[in-house]
Design a protein around this ligand. Structure first.
Ligand code: GDP
Length: 452
């Protein structure tokens, strides 16, 4: 996803600033200009970018910062906070409650991924024990009902629609009533889209909204619409009371900056992102972990949740203990590689690990990465226990490296690369030193610590 490039550019700008001996006005300006350029190239609205730059300059007043202050850290934190602020409208969206009927209406232009997203949203909640239902109030596009029906049948979700009825308001009202009677707790109404924003679309949406009184209107936006995002989102917001945004096709080549503009235009949070055509390619959107991942800082809370999910219960305390000691050995790397191979969608897991941005682990290259991990593990199989348990590489002299390479049937170059990777991870791992070992549910505090 091209957003990773944005993250990469911002990280690089921050890194360049870190490399400067003295951080003065000139260095700060260069860094901020670099970030501004990256954001504009990613289709973030000009006004948002300008405001961000002004805010950072206000926060980071170099003259007022005494020499002892860690300016680099303060600037990094300000960039992180401002990016979070762009994506956080400051108020959460309506949250439906399990067991209590909520009507959720989906709006968006044709082709944005609205119908697909309705099913993904229903399927996501169904897996969590909800009773969702789908209503097709799109009578404009021929084939819309068939598409929804097909998706719903595949996911075993009840649906309602009509081939004959041409009045979307009538269908929407009938569908909502029927599913309320059937005690469904999440009644999802898919509305018509149009190729272009036009009066007829907005009028129809307004009528469906008036008749069904949705608890939440979700605006679905294709991440590739670029600079048009702000105006489009605003036009929808002016017709119906949009309360949340879902950005689709984040897996594609879109620049993705439009998501930030949509938040600003609707003053509503992004709640999910679509990352593929399949039903389960759908992720909850959380601002801080997202920005952390974007900047290659890693999503510690997501990573720790994954640990709880996949590392066997009896190994968890030991692993977390090792994390808090900050001592990273080749054996720990080996064990973590084992876990990563078990964790499934490797790209997802990697992008959560601090130090691995999505740029390093692009979608479509998972197989390659998996093979690399397996090769590294074969090389570690040729190491002695002493080598695996040592937290420095003193024992790794040239003859040992050659021996390991021979034992694993790999070139020495790869052993060296693997050890470089180990050093890089050890450096990141060492940041965990001294941290309180979190229990499940305490992850966000840890995430805050790491991002600070
Ligand atoms: P609608 O006209 O807004 O209802 O859009 P559809 O749901 O019919 O989706 C339009 C196209 O986008 C379809 O081919 C979908 O499979 C595709 N699509 C939807 N969401 C995503 C996504 O997150 N990623 C990708 N790659 N394709 C998507």
């Amino acid at each position: 996803m091209v957003l990773a490039q944005l993250g990469g550019s911002i990280s690089r700008a921050l890194q360049q600033m870190s490399n400067a001996t003295i951080i003065d006005e000139k260095v700060l300006n260069e860094c901020l200009n670099e970030i501004t350029r990256a954001l504009l190239q990613s289709d973030v609205q000009f006004k948002l970018v300008r405001d961000m730059q002004t805010n950072i300059k206000k926060i980071v007043n170099l003259d007022d910062l005494a020499a002892g202050h860690n300016k680099r850290k303060i600037i990094q934190q300000a960039v992180f906070n401002e990016l979070c602020k762009m994506l956080d409208p400051g108020k959460p969206s309506f949250t439906p409650k399990k067991g209590k009927a909520s009507v959720i209406m989906f709006v968006g232009l044709q082709g944005s991924g609205k119908t697909t997203t309705c099913t993904k949203y229903a399927y996501y909640h169904q897996k969590k024990g909800w009773k969702p239902a789908l209503v097709c109030a799109d009578t404009f596009r021929a084939g819309a009902f068939d598409q929804l029906k097909q998706n719903a049948t595949k996911a075993k979700i009840p649906f309602y629609g009509s081939y004959m009825e041409s009045d979307p308001v009538k269908i929407a009202v009938e569908g909502v009533e029927r599913f309320k009677k059937e005690n469904c707790d999440l009644i999802i109404v898919d509305t018509s889209g149009r190729h272009k924003q036009e009066a007829a679309l907005f009028e129809e949406m307004r009528q469906v909204s008036e008749a069904t009184k949705p608890d939440l209107v979700i605006f679905v936006m294709d991440s590739s619409i670029g600079q048009a995002a702000f105006d489009q989102a605003q036009a929808f917001k002016q017709s119906v009371s949009v309360g949340a945004v879902i950005v689709t096709k984040m897996d594609g080549h879109a620049k993705g900056g439009g998501a930030l503009s949509a938040v600003a235009a609707t003053k509503s949070p992004v709640i999910f992102i679509g990352t593929g055509e399949h039903m389960d390619e759908f992720e909850v959107f959380d601002v801080k972990p997202f920005v952390s991942r974007l900047l290659g800082m890693g999503d510690w809370s997501g990573f720790m949740d994954k640990i709880h999910e996949v590392v066997p219960m009896d190994q968890q305390p030991e692993l977390l203990q090792k994390l808090s000691e900050g001592n990273f050995t080749l054996r720990i790397m080996y064990e973590q590689f084992q876990n990563i191979l078990k964790m499934g969608p490797i790209g997802q897991v990697f992008s959560m690990l601090p130090g691995f941005s999505a740029e390093l682990m692009p979608k479509g290259r998972e197989k390659e990465s998996q093979a690399k991990i397996k090769r590294s593990m074969t090389m570690m199989d040729s190491m002695t226990n002493e080598e695996l348990d040592s937290s420095n590489l003193k024992l790794m002299n040239e003859s040992r490296m050659m021996r390991i390479a021979r034992g694993a049937g790999r070139p020495v170059r790869e052993v060296m690369e693997m050890l470089e990777e180990y050093k890089r991870l050890a450096k990141i791992w060492s940041k965990m030193k001294g941290l309180k070992i979190p229990k499940k549910g305490e992850m966000s505090a840890l995430s805050r610590n790491m991002n600070a």
